[in-house]
Design a protein around this ligand. Sequence first.
Ligand SMILES: [Ca+2]
Ligand SMILES: [Ca+2]
Ligand SMILES: [Ca+2]
Length: 156
Amino acid sequence: MSSILFPGVRTAIVMGLIGAAAPVHAADSGDSGLAALDANDDHVISRQEAANGQVAAFRSIDADGNGVLDRGELAASRPSTAEADDRAVRRARQAALDRWFANLDADDSGDISLAEYQAAMTPYFDRLDDNGDGVIDGAELREAYGEPDASAAKSR
Ligand SMILES: [Ca+2]
Ligand SMILES: [Ca+2]
Ligand SMILES: [Ca+2]
């Protein structure tokens, strides 16, 4: 339901995990998102690589470099869509952003620290790691982006 309300949220989750190391259009290809994070080039994202990506993502979202994320910085980090011109979609996006911000801002301070960001993002690693082997592979990443796996037409 929430994915209908805010189509970008799954991508945003991945963006938060893999971060700005990957370009926004990485949504076009899970593999480019993977490559951006896969520091040791073993074609999977380890927990440590994901953690490094979180720090990189946090630093790049923190546009003014003051060490915390405010609402405007978080909003600017979200991938925008063509439908954003639609008023209903804009409202939905705003509501989703508010929820996202409130979730991240655990201590209600009105800004998001690196610790809060990491605490919120880390559980997503396990959600993306579908098969529970402790690493995120290209197929799991493509699934997170909501793309059909073109390379292997597997039926579930
Ligand atoms: Ca900031
Ligand atoms: Ca806070
Ligand atoms: Ca896995």
